[in-house]
Design a protein around this ligand. Sequence first.
Ligand code: NAP
Length: 281
Amino acid sequence: MSAAEFAVFGHPVAHSLSPRIHARFAQDSGIPLHYAAIDVPPAAFYSRLEQFGDAGGRGANVTLPLKQIAVAECAELSDFARRIGAVNTLTRRLDRHWRGDNTDGAGLVRDLTERHALDLRGRRGLILGAGGAARATAFALLDAGVEQLMIVNRTPERADALADAIGDPAHVHTRYWDDLPNLGSFELIVDATSAGHARESLHLPFGLVAPRALCYHLSYGAAAVAFLAWARAAHAGQALDGLGMLVEQAAESFLIWHDVRPQTDAIYAELRAELPLHATD
Ligand code: NAP
């Protein structure tokens, strides 16, 4: 088989659904391509990426734990990637340097506003977490019109650093994790922590959930189960996981590389059948 022109880099990466999603996009769009998964630890990322590019690699997705270090490999960054300090999409330029984009935020907003037809404007939002995905979430939700954003992270300094980076003290606030029972209720709650991957429950108070609130976990599958169960028990209007975000961020990468936005409904439905949501929507 010919060398891959597209790939996802991560460590580990065997679990990634990106090769399957991009293969479906390519098939549906009539664009032949070879998309591989490349497992590389952070210390070897730069040399492996250059090897990939020299062998004809045209574009790469980047996942954990490489999103932040990928910024340093880019000669050019999109505004969004620069603002959040993380890259998930690399594009090889004609001069053989890399351009970095980040499609996570656009993927989240597209899933919420297009697939689920939700209006984010004017909502009071809470983000749990302050890692790379929380950074993308915060900037994207504010861009989409969320009115007030509270950021709460286990390590409070990271929440403060994110709020400082946003630089909008009239709309963005931070609180300590121990203050969660005293924060009132929110119309939008996003769990952007990785706690679910370790099967850790966050023990969130039900009082956080406003009537008809939207509760969204950025993960999908087993990692999102405890949060979604909590949201339903708290009578959230909707309890959604990040499968749609995953598909939509991939579609945004596909658009950057191929100038075609692929249809996402078919692959979303196929993956959803394998990873049922059991949601209230
Ligand atoms: P990250 O940079 O490693 O950040 C992890 C965050 O989780 C940090 O804020 C961390 O808090 C917090 N955390 C971890 N364990 C916790 C616990 N037991 N209690 C409370 N907080 C805890 O990871 P990331 O890249 O932001 O990813 C976060 C999640 O988003 C992952 O589950 C990932 O799968 C998901 N994600 C989904 C998509 C998608 O397309 N659907 C895209 C990107 C990411 P500290 O700062 O205190 O350590």
